[in-house]
Design a protein around this ligand. Structure first.
Ligand SMILES: [Zn+2]
Ligand SMILES: [Zn+2]
Length: 322
């Protein structure tokens, strides 16, 4: 398991073994930031301007909404594909990275929360489902909290509606099997054969977002949107709880300071020091982060602290035994 620091995408795998594929590693407004290109600062923002000359698949500073694909290879060699979050850039990431990494389908979906950058691509799920003009297909299981369910029922009533109203035409829409999960570390669930433990965290003091702990052989904690990790959740992913994490995937919005609804780099590194995972990859970054420059800084930090931390990038594939 290693994060390659080369900005050229790794060659597609031979299909053997489980892997995590970072579909998106950016914030809600994504990178490049549109305003940086429409109303350039003086001097202009290098990270955003790179997007005008370097194609996204070769540009580690091109960041879609944060989303992870778990390519789970079971003991019999069968692969299951689980998608965490379906944001505004879902279609773009499928076109760019599903094709590159040869991901043929989505077997189940898991949602961290119901913000736009995590759910607004749900309509496009129909485009990766088998075609049936009468919606006569197996629905895709989608795991989400009660709060997320209520919000999605308002945002996408047609995805939740069970029966047609009298006289209503059949229209092709994504078919989902909505499965409510508890926002509670003590209520694990299985998605496509893999066990997930919900990790409730504060995403602003008025909002609970879910992270997830998964993997039997290597333990992975995925926390994409967090401003504070409550003690009960921290225990579950601590050395005395789950045991040392093999991989922590953690939110870091800005490089300095703090933010009311997200971790920035200082808070993220504080958590890394506390939890001491074998490896950490940061996600959810704004245009403040420059992939190569800041990974160099993090390399030094890692050497000093003895804990490897790097920025993830869109398209990164991390082979890992789950
Ligand atoms: Zn910018
Ligand atoms: Zn959010």
């Amino acid at each position: 398991m290693s994060a390659d620091s080369n900005h050229h995408p790794a060659p597609p795998s031979d299909g053997a073994g489980s892997a995590l594929i970072f579909l998106g590693t950016g914030c809600s407004s994504m990178v490049p930031n549109m305003l940086c290109l429409l109303q350039p600062a003086d001097p202009p923002c290098n990270v955003c301007f790179q997007a005008l000359s370097v194609p996204p698949e070769r540009n580690p500073n091109y960041r879609c909404n944060t989303s992870l694909l778990i390519d789970y290879c079971q003991n019999d060699g069968k692969h299951n594909y689980m998608l965490i979050d379906v944001g505004k850039t879902f279609r773009e990431t499928v076109l760019r990275w599903f094709t590159f990494h040869k991901i043929p389908r989505i077997d189940s979906i898991i949602l961290t929360h119901e913000h736009a950058d995590a759910v607004l691509g749900l309509d496009d799920i129909r485009a990766v489902q088998p075609f049936s003009p009468t919606n006569d297909i197996d629905p895709t299981p989608i795991y989400l909290s009660r709060h997320s369910m209520d919000s999605i029922a308002e945002k996408f009533p047609y995805l939740v509606q069970k029966k047609l109203k009298k006289g209503q035409e059949i229209r092709r829409v994504a078919q989902m099997d909505w499965k409510i999960i508890g926002d509670d570390c003590n209520q694990p669930f299985y998605a496509s054969g893999l066990k997930f433990i919900p990790l409730p965290v504060m995403h602003g003091e008025d909002y609970i977002c879910l992270g997830f702990l998964f993997g039997e052989n290597n333990k992975v904690a995925y926390i994409s949107d967090v401003s504070r990790i409550p003690a009960s959740t921290e225990y579950v992913i601590s050395k005395s709880g789950a045991g040392q994490l093999d991989l922590l995937i953690l939110d870091a919005l800005y490089k300095t300071g703090s933010h009311n609804v997200h971790f920035c780099l200082p808070q993220a590194l504080e958590v890394v020091k506390k939890l001491c995972p074998k490896q950490t990859l940061l996600i959810g970054m704004t245009h403040e982060f420059d992939y190569h420059k800041d990974n160099e800084y993090l390399m030094e930090w890692s050497r000093r602290e003895g804990i490897p931390v790097q920025l993830a990038r869109d398209g990164l594939r991390v082979p890992i035994d789950l």
